[in-house]
Design a protein around this ligand. Structure first.
Ligand SMILES: Nc1ncnc2c1ncn2[C@@H]1O[C@H](COP(=O)(O)OP(=O)(O)OP(=O)(O)O)[C@@H](O)[C@H]1O
Ligand SMILES: [Mg+2]
Length: 575
């Protein structure tokens, strides 16, 4: 049980009440000052450091004028003090109100945690979390000394990610172990990337792995990533065209079926085009298998070259020769030779097959010959299992401005890749460190519905997806998955999105006051008070949040902490 400066929780509560009563009787102006300060700070979401600043200024002014104050003036009023001096004293006392409020908040903070167990888990005092004291004041915090560990247990010891402070100055943590996804929305310049960097630094501190896909490539994330990895003392793996130490990215890792699913699954085949998807899946997996049988590395270039009918025939024959030891009636022989030969002959006669083959060949050729082609052929390439065996930071820079079509394709391949990784993790016997997949400027991927499965099923595999975007997705299934599956952090958003988010954040009970006015006299004749419902966070709040502030919704949280405005503490990054 937490004890406060005022004693045990029970005694402290009584003493707080007694002190409040005494203050009301002796210094009513001071009470008025605390009420006014609390109201203004709550309305304006004033950060704690600013509150302390104003409190001290007002208190100094109070001390300067204090000699003019008639202490305990209500008593003196009874003994005949003038009304004018009473008003003067009240105004002077009001100046001490803000500091009194800050002091009371500071004194009863531990008490609040001890008496209300619901409040303990999600938002703890700095002392409880081991955070430096100034974190509660909303000043930027440096991560404590890094704890590099190579097993999953590090996370279990420190599972809370510290985000910042809420309107009451309370440190806000989120427990991401149970969260499937985090959706970060916000117009340009509202602080999305800063929030993501905070999440990255905190996850590394907890002993997690982080994969950060930066679809802006040259912005603040690129600048921050080295410092964040260095501070957490974890290895940094980059896939970045402009980095001389870059790793390559192998789009063809895994068995032939996985290669086909990864490559073909990255393209849209909606409506009638789904038949072409079947053709493409079949052809790519058979070609990849035949290339493997020929003892050749499966690369995008090799697949593209073999997706022509005459090349397919040749590949089939070569694979058959290479696998002479394989009996002619075995499934492998059927796969390599019979099926491939049949497919190439059928494609010469059937239009759908031919179009399907040409379509996938052109699409893969565009990916191979695009601006990321050199990275796809670069060695050594990332190997997910190896780099995610211990806490690490992997940064993939895909600058969308220069080559949006290439970014869209490669970004989708990466999502497919992580999905396959999640599948392998689900079947793995050994525990692996939890992993955060961060996608900044997710909109550049043009609403990739491929990510929905990852959002809905990644949690069990220990992968939490974090996506940031400027506008809410238009595809309903994607929007529902992002808004419904986990944590939502909304920075300032555009008007239509504010309405959607406000309704998503839900309502809270309210009291509606209705009055009847007599039009002839202008007087209020009757009034009624009704129970009603109002937005937990109104659309207007979403439209007017200042940079670095988010409306946070954590669906698993207790009702009183489910929706809050939080000021994100930025990481101090050397620029
Ligand atoms: N938590 C914060 N505290 C203080 N300032 C912040 C915070 N977050 C963002 N800012 C300010 O806002 C600026 C923009 O932040 P950031 O780059 O994170 O926004 P963004 O939403 O990612 O923008 P864009 O859409 O252009 O990428 C920062 O340079 C910083 O000055
Ligand atoms: Mg950004």
């Amino acid at each position: 049980m937490t004890t406060s400066f005022l004693g045990s929780p029970e005694r402290a509560r009584h003493r707080t009440h007694a002190l409040t009563l005494a203050a009301c009787l002796c210094l009513p102006g001071l009470v008025l000052g605390t009420v006014v300060a609390a109201h203004i700070w709550r309305q304006r979401q004033t950060p704690p450091s600013t509150r302390w600043g104003w409190s001290v200024v007002a208190a100094l002014l109070f001390l300067y004028i204090a000699p003019a104050v008639t202490w305990t003036w209500p008593g003196q009023l009874l003994s005949g003090a003038s009304f004018g001096s009473v008003i003067g004293c009240t105004i002077v006392e009001v100046l001490a109100g803000p500091l009194a409020l800050q002091a009371i908040t500071w004194l009863i903070a531990p008490l609040a945690h001890s008496v209300d167990p619901e409040h303990m888990a999600p938002a703890e005092t700095p002392a409880a979390t081991g955070a430096p004291e100034h974190a509660q004041e909303g000043t930027p915090t440096s991560p404590p000394h890094p704890v590099p560990e190579s097993d999953a247990s590090a996370h279990d010891r420190q599972p809370l990610l510290r985000l910042g402070v809420d309107a009451t100055g309370r440190v806000v943590n989120i427990d991401m172990r149970d969260e499937a996804s985090v959706f970060v929305a916000g117009l340009p310049g509202t602080g999305k990337t800063t929030t993501l960097i905070r999440l990255i630094a905190e996850s590394l501190r907890c002993g997690w792995c982080v994969i950060a896909v930066d679809l802006k490539g040259s912005g603040s994330m690129n600048r921050a990533i080295h410092t964040v990895a260095e501070r957490a003392a974890v290895p940094l793996y980059t896939v970045d065209r402009s980095d001389p130490h870059t790793y390559g990215y192998n789009t063809c890792s895994g068995d032939p079926t996985q290669v086909a699913n990864k490559l073909v699954g990255s393209f849209d085949f909606s409506g009638v085009a789904s038949v072409y998807q079947q053709v493409a899946l079949d052809a790519v997996s058979k070609v990849a298998a035949a290339v493997q049988a020929r003892d050749q590395a499966v690369t995008l270039g090799a697949i593209v070259a073999s997706l022509q009918t005459d090349e397919m025939l040749k590949l089939g024959r070569e694979a058959a020769t290479a696998s002479k030891h394989v009996p002619k009636d075995s499934p492998a022989y059927v796969d390599y030779v019979t099926h491939l030969t049949a497919l190439s002959k059928a494609a010469d006669k059937t239009r759908v097959l031919q179009e399907g083959l040409v379509g996938i060949q052109k699409r893969l050729a565009a990916l191979d010959g695009g601006s990321f082609g050199p990275l796809l052929r670069h060695a050594p390439a990332l190997e997910w299992e190896a780099i995610l065996a211990a806490p690490s930071l992997t940064y993939l820079s895909l600058p969308t401005l220069a080559s949006p079509a290439d970014v869209e394709l490669l970004g989708r391949v990466i999502i497919q890749d992580v999905k396959q990784l999640a599948d392998r993790r689900l079947r793995a016997l050994e525990p692996c460190p939890r992993c955060l997949l961060i996608i900044d400027e997710f909109g550049a991927l043009n609403e990739p519905t491929q990510i929905i499965d990852l959002i809905l099923q990644g949690r069990e595999a220990g992968i939490t997806t974090v996506a940031s975007t400027q506008f809410l997705p238009k595809t309903p299934a994607l929007l529902h998955a992002l808004l419904g599956a986990g944590v939502v952090m909304a920075h300032r958003v555009a008007s239509p999105d504010a309405e959607v988010l406000a309704s998503q954040f839900g309502t809270v009970p309210s009291m509606d006051v209705a009055t009847q006015v007599d039009y002839q006299t202008g007087e209020v004749t009757r009034g009624t008070v009704r129970r009603g419902q109002t937005y937990a966070i109104a659309p207007d709040r979403f439209r007017n949040l200042s940079p670095g502030h988010v409306a946070l919704r954590v669906a698993r949280e207790v009702p009183s902490l489910r929706h809050r405005i939080v000021r994100i503490s930025p990481e101090e990054i050397e620029r």
